[in-house]
Design a protein around this ligand. Sequence first.
Ligand SMILES: Cc1cc2nc3c(=O)[nH]c(=O)nc-3n(C[C@H](O)[C@H](O)[C@H](O)COP(=O)(O)OP(=O)(O)OC[C@H]3O[C@@H](n4cnc5c(N)ncnc54)[C@H](O)[C@@H]3O)c2cc1C
Ligand code: FES
Length: 277
Amino acid sequence: MEAEAGRTGGRYDIADGIIEKTLMHQEFAVVRSLTSITPEIKRLTLHAPSICRGAQPGQFLNIRVDVNVPLLRRPFSIHDIDGDDLSILFTVVGRGTTVLARKEPGDTLDIIGPCGNSFLPFTEGAYDTSIFVAGGIGVAPFPFFTKRMDPSRRIETFIGARSRDFVIDGGMRNVHIATDDGSLGYHGTVLDLLKEYLCANDAGAVRLFLCGPSRMMRAVADYALEMNIPAYASIECDMACGIGLCQGCAVESNGGDKKYFLVCTDGTIFDTRTVKI
Ligand SMILES: Cc1cc2nc3c(=O)[nH]c(=O)nc-3n(C[C@H](O)[C@H](O)[C@H](O)COP(=O)(O)OP(=O)(O)OC[C@H]3O[C@@H](n4cnc5c(N)ncnc54)[C@H](O)[C@@H]3O)c2cc1C
Ligand code: FES
């Protein structure tokens, strides 16, 4: 069955004009596969041609997990795109992900995307090394980001997770792993591993790209500020509409003209100096 792009159905139908302005689509995507890639991490692949065509790394999808289940849409990072198919990664933590984990090939999902901004504009200009720092399932956007990066750009990828069951490293370059329990890689936090790496290696002028739990990103952003390293974080927060209508995802700015930003449309990716993570 082919996926259909359209504006019908769903609790948050997209108004005319917003589709035009943001190039977002509401698409009824067909499930291609659902696989467990570690004991804890699942990968869901969907056929969604309209969304795939315009998507950029760092953007997310707002997914209605089931038309018969009264839940708000859940946001998920675009993990990878291959032709007209895209995938997301998730761990089962609550109601939405429990429903997602029951999907079967041929099922359809109502998704809105691609939402939010991309990492790519933050890679423009002169510097030497892009350092990706992922915490837990925050690793999700980095394979797609790696794929779309200028191949001549040096990338070092730091992944922190609870244990080896929460680690994936496929599709990324120069991967360094830290686990809380020491079951894989460095025994400790991803920030400690990053600090050790930067002390021992000449990475030149660096930019940090972060995705993961707020506590981890705050710690890395504080370190970046102290070391005068530019850092860009994909901020996670509770969302409803995902398209700038409900004002439910406001985050306080660090000063300037705007007191608040909307994570879903001004971000999700921000220069860490501009927002309170
Ligand atoms: C921009 C954006 C991108 C995101 N990308 C991804 C992604 O790629 N993959 C992904 O799995 N999730 C991602 N999330 C989080 C995702 O949207 C859901 O919130 C999450 O999967 C939990 O949904 P749920 O309905 O299963 O849990 P809920 O029923 O909403 O929550 C149930 C319980 O689980 C707790 N909980 C919620 N999230 C987590 C968590 N991450 N870890 C531990 N406990 C949690 C809640 O505090 C609550 O107590 C993203 C969020 C944002 C804002
Ligand atoms: S989630 Fe509705 S405005 Fe951001």
